[in-house]
Design a protein around this ligand. Structure first.
Ligand SMILES: [Zn+2]
Length: 330
């Protein structure tokens, strides 16, 4: 691998509930190196920051670069991100992250390059809008079906953040008084479709005696969580509990996405996230069918496409933060 000359290479880190994905890209956003690490399940924010820096160092090594040679590093994080302060607060799904942590400073210290932070879902939506499945459109909704269900909006070529917290499609209510959501409320899309909520429900029903191979598959593969790969395997075996729960997830996503379309009439929906990307087009087709009965204007559904940047989308989007920041500073 050849070392790059000049200031073109940028880093991107996507901090997810299950894994940390890092990339190093050139000025055309071509991936020069990538690496991933599991998200720590114990410890606290400094441990997560160290794992993020480790993934970035590995990606830089794969690109034949030192992290300090990067123009900058963008990082997408869950939780409340204060971009100007470089802090992340209340990142649920991450260990011990109840308070506010100076993530940008910790990463700068560990990597030796400037760091820009943004919300992970906004970053992934931005990436698909600029470089991926949404690049031909001026309005889209990004639906990130993973540990939770996140959403990002682009309206009239501009990202829509509301007062900072827009796009929570996972917490649209699809069943009044329905299943308990990880957010503590009831009947949200995420209560039926989020990987974490699906695991809780599967465990509960398995303990009550329902037969399933889900947990056997998890143990055989040395996992401690039901990953999207394990769900896909169980569905491949036509596991009845897995099939029933995923049917419920598809129904909830269809109702939730159709409701967003009824409100905003966007041109396209981009389906991403660990589950969305793993299940791909066959499940995109099922979600289109599940949307249809809930669409008010049912003769012209928007296009629903699987995220094109796949698993690397969040990290590539994070690297875009650096070029955006450079443009804003120029
Ligand atoms: Zn909720």
């Amino acid at each position: 691998m050849s070392a790059m000359e000049g200031p073109a290479a940028r880093g991107g880190i996507d901090l997810g509930g299950t894994k940390i994905q890092a990339v190093v890209v050139d000025e055309d956003n071509t991936v020069l190196g990538d690496a991933r690490r599991p998200t720590p399940t114990k410890g606290g924010p400094p441990d997560v920051a160290e794992a993020m820096a480790g993934a970035l160092r590995d990606a830089a090594a794969a690109a034949g670069l030192e992290p300090a040679a990067l123009t900058g590093i963008g990082a997408g994080s869950p939780g409340q991100v204060d971009r100007s302060a470089g802090t992340v607060a209340h990142a649920k799904n991450l260990p011990g992250w109840d308070g506010t942590f100076p993530l940008a400073a910790a990463l700068e210290e560990a990597c030796g390059a400037p760091v820009v932070l943004a919300n992970d879902v906004q970053v992934a939506t931005d990436a698909e809008f600029h470089l991926g499945a949404g690049r031909e459109y001026t309005s889209l909704v990004g639906v990130f079906w993973g540990t939770g269900v996140g959403g990002g909006l682009v309206l009239g070529d501009q990202p829509w953040h509301g007062r900072g917290a827009a796009g929570e499609i996972g917490h649209m209510v699809v069943h009044l008084g329905g299943r308990r959501c990880p957010c503590g409320r009831r009947g949200c899309v995420e209560a039926y479709a989020g990987r974490s909520a699906l695991e809780t429900e599967a465990r509960k029903r398995h303990e009550k005696g329902e037969k399933t191979r889900l947990f056997k598959l998890m143990e055989d593969r040395g996992r401690t969580r039901l990953t999207s790969g394990i769900w896909a395997r169980a569905l491949g075996h036509e596991d009845p509990l897995a099939s029933d729960l995923i049917d419920g997830a598809v129904a909830a996503l269809g109702a939730g996405i159709a409701s967003v379309v009824n409100l905003l009439d966007v041109e396209s929906i981009v389906l991403g996230g660990g589950m969305g990307v793993r299940f791909g087009e066959p499940y995109a087709e099922r979600i289109r069918a599940a949307m249809q009965p809930h669409l008010f204007n049912d003769d012209r559904p928007p296009l629903l496409r699987v995220a094109e940047l796949g698993d690397l989308g969040g990290a590539i989007g994070a690297a875009l933060l650096v070029s955006h920041a450079a443009r804003a500073a120029a």
